[in-house]
Design a protein. Structure first.
Length: 327
């Protein structure tokens, strides 16, 4: 019997080649079972509704069910931590957002995630301008009126948000600071309960994403005072921007996208990115998003990863400016 004797360097090359082949085969057979998509916010909120719209189309492309798992808490960090600890095999993904990946890690003390280190960026899904909305009985009809009322009655007004650590909370705090007035923050366990409280007249105003604002505005149940994006929203053409209302440069837009645990094989990242892109750019989803006033987003994994880094730095600076912090 003859044996092939290899040098250590040759054995290393053979090992690397074998691993590359194994990863390639794994990527070719992926996915072979259902995929779990963790949404780090409660059911009924804007992130949850976005996930449910895209999941069906995404599942069809993958040929496997994509099961949504809501894991709310700590501004989205609990769900983020669960995904960061998951095996990088493509079967546990995160619906990441500006709140969970760019805001909460700066606000909460000792966060257990670092978005740049713990996640592999896969693909964005959409972005949504923010609106400033008030209860119909609040005696204001514009941002100028709201600021004047708040200054006339320091601390008398309150605003709702989906908890400390969320993007809408931080944007509301930034607005208060720039406008120079005080208002009481009322935290809720998600955007849906905050909207319910506004409709019931239990809070005075809130920042919200345009897709959940529109139905209530069309029904006359809320007053839309301004949009927080750089440009007016096509479906709310009569509503001015905050910049037009006396706050130049104010620009706040929410976004969501899919990430996975760090270490995801490149082949799996590529497959997921392609299928999410196909879903987002499909006619059915494009029509749904446009009707809701949101913008479908397409980007490569590298471009999306760079965007997350920019947003993380940007909102970290705002957290320091506002002084928002939770121990």
């Amino acid at each position: 019997m003859r044996y092939l004797i290899c040098s250590p360097s040759t054995r290393s090359l053979v090992c690397i080649a074998w691993m590359a082949c194994a990863l390639g085969l794994h990527a070719q057979t992926y996915p072979s079972r259902p995929i779990r998509l963790v949404v780090p916010f409660p059911p009924g909120g804007s992130s949850d509704s976005v996930a449910r719209v895209v999941v069906q189309k995404f599942s069809e492309g993958l040929g496997q069910p994509v099961v949504i798992e809501n894991r709310p808490g700590v501004g989205g960090l609990l769900g983020c931590e669960a995904v960061a600890k998951a095996a990088p095999d493509g079967y546990t993904l995160l619906l990441g957002s500006v709140s969970s990946l760019a805001v909460a890690p700066h606000i909460f003390a000792n966060p257990k995630i670092d978005p740049a280190k713990n996640f592999a960026a896969i693909a964005p899904i959409m972005s949504s301008p923010l609106t400033v909305i008030a209860r119909p009985t609040l005696p204001v009809s514009s941002i100028v009126d709201l600021v004047a009322l708040a200054k006339a009655k320091p601390g008398a007004l309150n605003y709702g948000a989906a908890g400390v650590g969320t993007h809408v909370y931080l944007v509301a705090e930034l607005f208060k600071k720039q406008a120079g007035f005080d208002a009481v923050h009322v935290p809720f366990q998600g955007g849906a309960p905050a909207m319910t409280a506004l409709l019931a007249g239990n809070i005075d105003y809130k920042f919200d994403v345009v897709n959940t604002t529109l139905p209530q505005a069309r029904a006359g149940k809320v007053k839309v005072l301004a949009v927080a994006s750089a440009k007016r929203v096509a479906l709310l053409p009569e509503v001015p921007t905050l910049a037009e209302s006396g706050f130049p440069g104010f620009d706040a837009t929410a976004w969501v996208g899919v990430v996975g645990p760090a270490g995801l094989p490149a082949g799996i990242v590529s497959r997921l990115s392609a299928e999410i892109g196909n879903a987002v750019s499909s006619r059915e989803l494009s029509e749904v998003y446009i009707a809701q006033g949101v913008v479908p987003e397409l980007a490569s994994p590298t471009e999306f990863g760079e965007m997350i880094k920019r947003e993380y730095a940007r909102w970290g600076a705002v957290v320091r400016q506002v002084g928002a912090k939770v121990d």
